[in-house]
Design a protein around this ligand. Structure first.
Ligand code: SF4
Ligand code: SF4
Length: 335
């Protein structure tokens, strides 16, 4: 993040807004990935789940997303799901309208269907394709978005490949290197990102990295980032993985990102994972990236994180959140 972007985000916070917005634009997804947080019972706080939320289609979705964006005026917008490509026609319409508002737009997808060629030349637009490891593991977890289909669907496009590292991957030495060897030479791939699987509190799933596996991953990434230029993970970000925020109130990403679910009303808290995420096991690249930014000292003096946190308090006083969002938040919290 450049200083000019930090200053823009700071200004947005002081106005009572959050610089980043994430919208689950659909409740639908053709995949059933193990460990998917979006469909967990507690994702929306309990009581209602993403699968039964009233979502929108067609022009109603386009209008609804634009209304939310115009209300929150983010600098950065992530369109997620479900899988946002379920609504590919609506995306074709809404993406240029969002970019025209000066917003950086990111679409996070499994690439289960072809990406739009019209997005190739758009500035400030990033398509992130989730890939769960090498082909044998990925194809089991992500069918029907298998390697063969993903490769077909991204052919000729420009994408960022994002892999969530699990304990199973770390049990095989050289796994990440093999992953990078596969994806780095492909011309479609502009960047490669790794996150660490983030569990909920009390979760015991086999995907969770042990302390030693996390330490090994960090050591591996620090070496690999020098060997693979497309591995777009600065050293400061990787090092943050060894000391994730202790709770959501310490997470600059959660504090500066608004997340809205598919009815375009329900707020997901405390971050995109919803429920009660285990922050101390978090390895989300967005959280680690902003934690690294937060440590950066503006003018060599005051850490950005301290400025953001103080500014959030000022911003909240200046611009209380819309009433309907507070109601949604209450429903979510009371479950
Ligand atoms: S593609 Fe994404 S939203 Fe769909 S099941 Fe997999 S992880 Fe969940
Ligand atoms: S992004 Fe990670 S550290 Fe931040 S609130 Fe969510 S789980 Fe916690």
């Amino acid at each position: 993040m450049q200083t000019s972007e930090i200053l823009k985000a700071w200004n947005r916070i002081l106005q009572g807004g959050r610089p980043s917005l994430s919208i689950e634009i659909t409740r639908e997804c053709p995949l059933r990935c193990p460990g998917c947080y979006a469909y967990e019972d507690q994702h929306l706080g309990g009581g209602v789940t993403l699968r039964v939320l009233n979502d929108r289609k067609g022009q109603a979705l386009v209008d609804g997303v634009l209304e939310v964006v115009d209300r929150f005026r983010p600098l950065h917008l992530s369109l997620v799901g479900g899988d946002p490509l379920v609504r590919y026609r609506e995306l074709e319409t809404m993406v240029p309208l969002l970019l025209a508002r000066g917003i950086h737009v990111q679409i996070v997808t499994s690439a289960f269907r072809p990406l739009s060629a019209s997005w190739d030349l758009l500035p400030h637009m990033n398509v992130v394709v989730s890939v769960d490891g090498l082909q044998p593991e990925h194809d089991v977890r992500r069918s029907p978005a298998t390697y063969v289909r993903v490769l077909d669907n991204i052919a000729g496009r420009r994408v960022t490949i994002h892999c969530t590292v699990t304990a199973q991957m770390m049990k095989r030495p050289g796994y990440l290197k093999d992953f990078l060897d596969f994806w780095t030479p492909r011309t479609e791939v502009q960047k490669i990102w790794f996150s660490i699987f983030t569990p909920q509190v009390g979760d015991t799933s086999p995907e969770i990295l042990s302390r030693e596996e996390r330490r090994q991953l960090i050591a591996d990434l620090l070496v690999l980032r020098r060997q693979y230029p497309k591995l777009d993970m600065p050293e400061a970000l990787i090092r943050q993985m060894s000391s994730p925020p202790s709770n959501p109130s310490e997470c600059v990403f959660a504090l500066t990102t608004q997340t809205i679910s598919a009815d375009l009303k329900t707020e997901i808290t405390p971050c995109q994972f919803g429920g009660t995420p285990d922050c101390q096991s978090c390895g989300c690249i967005a959280s680690m990236g902003l934690a690294a930014v937060a440590e950066h000292k503006l003018g060599g003096l005051i850490p950005v994180g301290a400025i953001f946190k103080a500014s959030l308090k000022i911003g909240e006083l200046r611009a209380p959140r819309p009433a309907e969002l507070k109601r949604a938040q209450g429903a979510s919290a009371s479950g």
